[in-house]
Unconditional design. Structure first.
Lengths: 227, 462
């Protein structure tokens, strides 16, 4: 999978490149809109990460030109502007998704996966991690054959972790996807921590191998191996 | 209009002088007329006296001619008169000065009975006053005319006019100068005010305009300006405070990141330790992000770039929903979160904003209330029949000095403790704004050790 990053802030671009390469993507970086445009026309990419505030040719302009040329490569916008108008402008210009800086890297990965998978999402009725099983039809959770009773919120939370198994999930992702809380000024971090603690008590409490881990400063991960 | 001078003082003086001049001219006109009438009446009185004297001295001779007794009396040398018969024939005349005849008897003189006065100008340009009268002497009707020169009358009148012509400009000049200095005196507070206002800037916002007399219009103007300065100064101070507070708040996580990084680079550590260090830095970064998110939210609120959408909202389910959302936090402290709502109340509100406000208030209440306490959320109608959501806790309460500042940005009652709990010091400020943005009001009542009560009051839906 080839990803092109157009981002003028070199440190950010370098960090993104390294992070994505760790996830086995092939990554190219362009620091200006012109360079990026040249690369886009000379090589095939599966995804474009586009900064909006670029010197010279701005991100929106690049996006509009792309879409005018009927190039339907998925585009994920990265920007520090987060007013509703800015979002609408970005999406109207042909972006597929929008991420506000500063963003959590796990969230970026999740969005990238969604964009690359788009259109061929498989319907799943059964999720699993080690001996933890979730039946989405009966809405039942078992660990080691033993049924665990979860509240609605805990069930949604666990489902989200299972769908992102072995990957790091940030608080921002949980707030947006599980709690559907889009306003970043809502005090929700403590709330998430409480729910995580309760879920952990239920699924890990009595068991030898712990599955739900905290990655300090980043978020949480559900995995057989400790991070 | 461009001919008018620009400054008010000169303009006022000019108008004043103009009005004063017109008034003086009117006054002078009236005085001159009065003096003239007075002088003429005097003249007429003298003529009448002469007439009576003459009447007594006329003697009719048997041949029908007229003789004046004691003709030698010097009095008569100075009197100019003529006596005519009833058919206007001249019987006698005395012409002491001019030696000229009087003009012929006019129709009016002929027809008027008794005494008649009139003025006329002789051929040699001498203005005279004429008395004509008919009298009966010894059964004979006679017509007598007496003449006096108006020369003295006119010279006196001219003298008076001259006096006026000299006095008038002098008076106007004095009045003009007086007016100019008076307006200058009365308008001088304006000059002082504008000079002062010009000097007031960012550095000396504390200063105020001089108020000479608070009861007059200018004093009142200065007072009003001073009140405005007061408001500007306050908001300026608030902004300054906010900026320095924000910088300070940003400094705390920045310092942490720096120290953790510097200490982390020191010496050799194993991978696990490095993970800890990086994790710790990321945590501080998370705090910074959170702070910036809140600041952006508020700055957008300030610039009014917020699209609020007021819609009918059923409060009971709304409040229960919010309580359900945040309840786990209360449960952690064994607190009870109770919703009291008797009537179904519909409000007109922006759901997202109101939720933001309520969650921040609840978060605050849970944070500061002791374990095992009860927090009550009451939905009701206010006394003024508006929608009311009250959050009442059994916390430590807030003292008066803090109470008035509690909705200010970054204001914390207990600074150290709040930061420890992960607060940014912006929660209540955000709540306050979020309520105000939809036309509502957020108030707080509290007493030390008696708990606090936050009230959101806003429009009910009709």
């Amino acid at each position: 999978m080839n990803i092109l990053i157009i981002e003028d802030e070199q440190k950010v671009a370098q960090a993104l490149k390294e992070g994505l390469e760790n996830e086995n993507y092939a990554v190219d970086v362009a620091f200006t809109g012109e360079d990026g445009f040249f690369l886009l026309n000379s090589k095939h990419y599966d995804l474009l990460l586009l900064d909006l505030m670029l010197p010279g040719r701005g991100g929106i302009e690049i996006l509009k030109t792309l879409r005018k040329n009927e190039q339907d490569i998925p585009v994920l916008i990265l920007t520090a502007k987060d007013s509703v108008e800015d979002r609408v402008l970005g999406l109207d210009s042909g972006a597929d998704d929008y991420l506000v800086k500063p963003f959590a890297f796990p969230e970026l990965l999740a969005r990238i996966r969604v964009l690359l998978k788009r259109g061929r999402e498989k319907q799943t009725f059964y999720l699993q991690c080690a001996d933890l099983e979730m039946d989405l039809v009966k809405r039942k959770v078992k660990r080691g054959g033993q049924e665990i009773v979860l509240t609605l919120r805990e069930f949604d939370l666990l489902e989200y972790f299972l769908r992102h198994r072995d990957r790091i999930v940030s608080r921002e992702m949980l707030a947006a996807d599980v709690w559907k809380e889009t306003n970043r000024a809502t005090p929700i971090d403590n709330l998430i921590d409480v729910h995580i603690a309760r879920l952990r008590k239920k699924i890990d409490g009595p068991f030898q191998i712990k599955l739900l881990h905290t990655v300090r400063g980043v978020g949480f991960t559900l995995s057989e191996d400790a991070p | 209009m461009s001919l008018l001078p620009k400054n008010v003082r000169t303009r006022l003086t000019l108008w004043y002088v103009l009005a004063f001049t017109l008034l003086l001219l009117f006054y002078a006109g009236i005085s001159i007329t009065l003096v003239y009438i007075n002088l003429r009446n005097n003249l007429d009185d003298q003529l009448q006296q002469d007439y009576e004297i003459v009447e007594n001295l006329i003697e009719i001779l048997p041949d029908g001619s007229v003789r004046i007794e004691s003709e030698e009396d010097p009095y008569f040398y100075e009197r100019w008169f003529e006596v005519r018969s009833a058919d206007w024939k001249l019987l006698y005349e005395s012409r002491p000065f001019s030696g000229k005849s009087l003009p012929p008897v006019s129709q009016k003189e002929k027809t008027t009975d008794g005494i008649h006065f009139h003025s006329l100008k002789l051929k040699n340009d001498v203005a005279v006053r004429i008395l004509s009268g008919k009298m009966n002497i010894e059964g004979k009707r006679l017509f007598v005319r007496l003449i006096r020169s108006e020369e003295r009358l006119w010279s006196e009148l001219n003298g008076f006019l001259l006096l006026m012509l000299i006095a008038l400009p002098v008076t106007i000049l004095i009045a003009g100068f007086g007016g100019y200095f008076l307006t200058k005196k009365f308008l001088s507070p304006i000059d002082e005010m504008s000079a002062k206002a010009r000097r007031i800037g960012e550095e000396n916002l504390k200063e105020r305009l001089p108020v000479k007399n608070p009861d007059d219009e200018l004093g009142n103007l200065a007072l009003v300006f001073n009140e405005m300065l007061e408001r500007i100064q306050k908001s300026f101070l608030r902004l300054k405070q906010f900026t320095s507070d924000a910088a300070h708040e940003l400094r705390t996580p920045l310092t942490a990141i720096r120290s953790i990084g510097e200490v982390g680079l020191h010496g050799n550590k194993d991978a696990k330790q490095y993970r800890e260090i990086i994790g710790s830095i990321l945590e501080e970064n998370g705090r910074l992000t959170h702070l910036v998110d809140n600041l952006l939210f508020l700055s957008r609120a300030d610039s009014k770039a917020f699209n609020k959408r007021l819609a009918p909202l059923e409060l009971k389910s709304f409040v229960e929903d919010a309580a359900e959302f945040i309840r786990p936090l209360a449960e952690e402290k064994n607190q009870t979160l109770a919703v009291q709502s008797e009537n179904e109340i519909m409000a007109s509100a922006d759901r997202a904003l109101l939720r933001q406000a309520l969650l921040n208030i609840l978060d605050n209440a849970i944070k500061y209330s002791p374990e095992n306490s009860i927090i009550i959320i009451r939905v009701d109608l206010s006394e003024s029949n508006r929608a009311l959501i009250e959050v009442k806790d059994n916390g430590p309460g807030i003292s008066e000095e803090h109470l008035e500042k509690i909705f200010e940005r970054f204001y914390r009652v207990d600074k150290g403790r709040s930061r420890e709990m992960g607060g940014t010091g912006l929660g209540l400020a955000i709540a306050h704004w979020a309520v105000a943005a939809q036309g509502g009001k957020l108030t707080v009542e509290s007493k030390i050790n008696k708990g606090s009560s936050f009230k959101i009051i806003f429009e009910s839906y009709k």
